[in-house]
Design a protein around this ligand. Structure first.
Ligand code: MN
Ligand code: MN
Length: 317
């Protein structure tokens, strides 16, 4: 919690100021687009989660509408754990005024008690462990390299916007280790945090690819995403990131990126969510198709907008 004091001290006067509407501040519009992109990618991808690309083609042609259904039998516009865990984490950050592991663990635990539509095995196992021990840090495990911490990392990126990189890394690990204490998960989470903040600061995709994605692959070559096309990405964070990066860097619009990644099937709600968060941060609010914004569950839409603004305000923006 080394940055609690820093945040509260710096933000006390800022938090009393009325926040300007998102369109007046570019980074606020992009942060809002990242949060809406996360939810839209989740809602779009959930329809085809666990299908193969062939099965998707057979059932949908190209899957490009937020239509609900899927193995979870969702309503059109309904989101899953990727978005609802992000919102739970974001609320805990706002309530505490900082990223705090125990507050995050309690928020996730309360979320689990609310009987979410889906929940990952690693998340469930380590939250049950937290209930028993009260320790918000899961034991390190080379097996816990799922994408469950990476899919919900966006609130950390927003709360750490403009802060030193060490602060972002510390906060990213605090939230991640509640359920996923693993070097590959950590590396993915931190890369996503830096990519989002880079885009909010107005950096272009080439620079972000050269510096952030390439750095991830340099440090952990298993993430190399430039070889074989990754279809059917599993919940393994490496496969998830490979599919997301391939779709994200190969396409030049929010819509094309999301359509590409979810039509690869596999863990499509999570690849959709992560790609949506990156694409939202990169392309901004105006690039999100209106029909997808209209289809998104209204309460979720509102919560994403509100949290994006509040988290950026907490960050000092
Ligand atoms: Mn999900
Ligand atoms: Mn998933």
């Amino acid at each position: 919690m080394f940055w609690t004091g820093e945040l509260i001290a710096r933000n006390a006067p800022i938090r009393r100021r009325a926040s300007p509407p998102p369109w007046e501040l570019p980074h606020l519009a992009k942060g809002t687009a990242a949060y809406l992109g996360l939810a839209i990618g989740d809602a779009l991808g959930a329809t085809v989660e666990f299908l193969t690309p062939g099965e998707i083609r057979h059932q949908h042609g190209s899957h490009r509408e937020i239509s609900g259904g899927g193995w979870l039998r969702l309503k059109a516009g309904q989101v899953t754990d990727d978005t609802t865990m992000s919102l739970a984490l974001g609320e805990s950050i706002l309530a505490k005024g900082c990223v705090d592991a125990t507050a995050a663990a309690e928020a996730f635990d309360a979320w689990m008690r609310g009987k979410p539509v889906d929940i990952g095995n690693t998340v469930r196992r380590n939250l049950i462990q937290f209930r028993k021990t009260g320790n918000p840090e899961a034991p390190a495990s080379e097996h816990d390299a799922g994408n469950g911490a990476a899919m919900r990392v966006l609130p950390v990126a927003l709360a750490c916007y403009g802060r030193p990189p060490e602060t972002a890394v510390f906060a990213s690990r605090a939230q991640a280790h509640v359920t996923h204490h693993n070097a590959l998960s950590d590396a993915a989470c931190e890369t996503l945090v830096f990519m989002v903040t880079d885009f909010l600061a107005g950096r272009d995709a080439d620079a972000v690819q050269r510096e952030r994605a390439a750095e991830l692959v340099r440090r952990h070559p298993v993430f190399a995403y430039d070889r074989k096309r990754r279809d059917n990405p599993s919940g393994y964070v490496v496969e998830t990131i490979q599919a997301v990066f391939q779709a994200f860097f190969a396409n030049a619009s929010f819509e094309d990126c999301l359509v590409d990644v979810v039509n690869r099937g596999g863990d499509a709600d999570t690849t959709g969510a992560i790609a949506g968060m990156l694409a939202g941060a990169r392309y901004g609010l105006d690039a999100i198709p209106r029909r997808w914004l209209r289809a998104l569950d209204p309460a979720t839409h509102q919560a994403c907008e509100r949290q994006a603004a509040a988290l950026l305000q907490l960050a000092g923006g």
